[in-house]
Design a binder for this molecule. Sequence first.
Ligand SMILES: Nc1ncnc2c1ncn2[C@@H]1O[C@H](COP(=O)(O)OP(=O)(O)O)[C@@H](O)[C@H]1O
Ligand SMILES: [Mg+2]
Length: 310
Amino acid sequence: MAETPLIVLLGNDDDDDDHRALFTEIRRLGGDARRVHPDELVTEVTADGTRFLVDGVELAPDLMFGWVYEDYLILGMNQLETARLAGIPVVNSAMTLLRGQSKYLNSALLHRAGVRHLPVLWGRDEETLVSWTAERGYPVVTKPLMSSRGRGMYRLADEASVREYTRSLDPAPEQYYVQPFVPAGHRDIRVLCVNYQAVAAVTRVAPQGTWISNAPGNTRHRAELTEELRVIAEQAAEAMDALFAGVDVARDERTGELRVYEVNTCPTCTATFRELDMDPVPLLELASFLVSAASDFHGARTGWRPSVTV
Ligand SMILES: Nc1ncnc2c1ncn2[C@@H]1O[C@H](COP(=O)(O)OP(=O)(O)O)[C@@H](O)[C@H]1O
Ligand SMILES: [Mg+2]
């Protein structure tokens, strides 16, 4: 490995502010960083091995960090998995990104790990959904397989709206993904974790008169990273194998218990921390982890601890 470890972020420029803050800190810590768009990467696989090229020049990453989603998820997953197979350490691997972006897999993994989540039902059959909701009670929330900032989510209050929603689904393979509505003061807490360790927590409150706490127009405050929050967020990040994760946690007002809505694996956070007039601590800690992991992946995985938490 070169003396200055090269960390390659695979992604587009949608979250440029996050990438910039991350790269500045990586360089301050003595590493090198660059972003490569999935479209730029050329991959050669032969009997002699695998090579990556950008603009005809070979790229030799010491570590790849995955930040691909939506239209680039599948291509990016292929590139990250190819890198992993070629022996390059990958943080937020292909499978982690798929797990993080798929609500279905989020649910399966959280329940399997015993992390308090929500009962969910996904599929297309109308009668099964109608009897499931009748048994559990209204309202319920429906979400697309992959969403962000609450786009495409609905709160359904009765059987007629459940039937109408089911019939409005596009032709297969679109499915419903339904869970009970949690009364949680229309707020949740985003906990950012690096190497499965919680480093920061931010409360998000839905815009007036709405219930989606991360919808545009929401408000954000610093939240205390309590032991209870830390434990559930870290278990959730680990359940997803997400070495950089944004875990959305709600407190159910009826029981006082915490529940994880989902784990995000490309959690943008610069704008939030700027608004709170704080350093982007999750990205600074992530930079420290990546530099350490680029030199010794196993050592960083087992030994790296955050230096600051907020
Ligand atoms: N079951 C639910 N009950 C109440 N509010 C919910 C529920 N699911 C999601 N929300 C609200 O919607 C927001 C977005 O939901 P989330 O599952 O995190 O999807 P996204 O990927 O769009 O962020 C949550 O932060 C929360 O405020
Ligand atoms: Mg969310």
